[in-house]
Design a protein around this ligand. Sequence first.
Ligand SMILES: [Zn+2]
Length: 489
Amino acid sequence: MALEVMLKLYNTLTKSKEEFKPIHAGKVGMYVCGPTVYDHCHLGHGRGYVSMDVIRKYLEYSGYEVRYIMNYTDVGHLVNDAEEGEDKIQKKARKEKVDPMEIVEKYIASAKEDFKTLNIKPANFNPRPTQYIAQIIKFVQHLVEKGFAYEANGSVYFSVEKFPEYGKLSGRKTDELIEGARVEINPEKKNPLDFALWIKADKSHILKWESPWSLGYPGWHIECSVMSYDLLGQDTFDIHGGGNENIFPHNENEITQSEAYLGKKMANFWTLWSMVNIDGEKMSKSKNNHTLIKDILKKYNSTVVRLWIISSHYRSVMDYTENSLGQAKINLGRITDWIINLENIAKNAATPLESKSLALGEDIDFTHIYQKRFEDAMDDDLNTPLALSVLYELITETNKLTTGGKLSSGTAKEILDFWNKINKVFGLIIKKEELTVPQEIITLAEERKRAREEKNFQKSDELREEIEKMGYVVEDLKDNQYSIRKNND
Ligand SMILES: [Zn+2]
């Protein structure tokens, strides 16, 4: 294991899969664009942050120490993602008649609760732009001094003409962008594509700070450049994550500001997830198909949701429909039954004669092969659907061995160890109590056990059939012990 893992990651910057090599041996710096906290997180956020969590956990599985930063945007993100209009948080605060910071606190708490429920490991830091105003001002000042940015009527804009590579991340050409720009051209801007680093506040704006240019507030994109710079070593870092719906303008402007400032790459890898559609349509508040994580969690347990998310590759568009989580629910039941079964078998004491190769009828290291296949799948740009199919194959194989009475307690234990290892990456919280065998089945199985003790094999066979009719499989173990599992095969 450890660092010989050959992870290949798709890099949005180069549009190709590249071998991952960290900047500092054994360490990975990762910055992920976080949500703007003016509402509860929707399914797209859930999908995105679970995907980033799996990447982080696979890097940790591979032996890296990961420093993971995800921001919460608490100022500067204006409606329509443009530079006109009201701040999203201020708008919500006005609607709810509270202070903007109350909105921020409320929705950060809500996001943290959702992330915890989805078993997303907390970030090392969750910086917020309102905590970074002094650094943002300094960063912008530096860009002005270097000639990349200019002040106009109290606002500061980045001059895209000064950065010939503008458009390289999103693949958009500047002349096409100008032609396509339907927004009314702000007369303060020298070029319609120039974007705000600092915005002079109008009278109605609540959140504003003193700066060399005006009483104002930062533009939406600058925060990620400044906070990643501050928290990930003031240099190029390893992985920048985010949702590909924000590739333009947000990520494009981030990379532009940072690389102008640094004079070199902002991040080696740009790892962006794809969105979630609802019934084949893009999620949007206007279509009223804006599905919240909290709504989904009312219908499904959080592990089903997480399993559903990782059953798709992070770069493919997912579609949520009324029944789309059904398969994940079945698969989770299958995994849970398998674990219960393995634990029951592992509890039995091994006899001296029992050996791994005998139990399997093959002279091979069973889990080693599955581990290699799991790692090959994950190394190929985090192919979680393939990694899960390796797990499902192992379940089928194990169940066959159990049915044939060929699974030793030692092998069961070994398979459980393997499961615990790969589940550090999948992050599925298995709640056995929800899926334990119903009491009526246990009663029948106990009755059958007594029949076997009395050597009444006719009765024991009848009871077995009855249990099978109810969808369960009972397997006999040594010393008249038994195990029961749901028949999923
Ligand atoms: Zn960002």
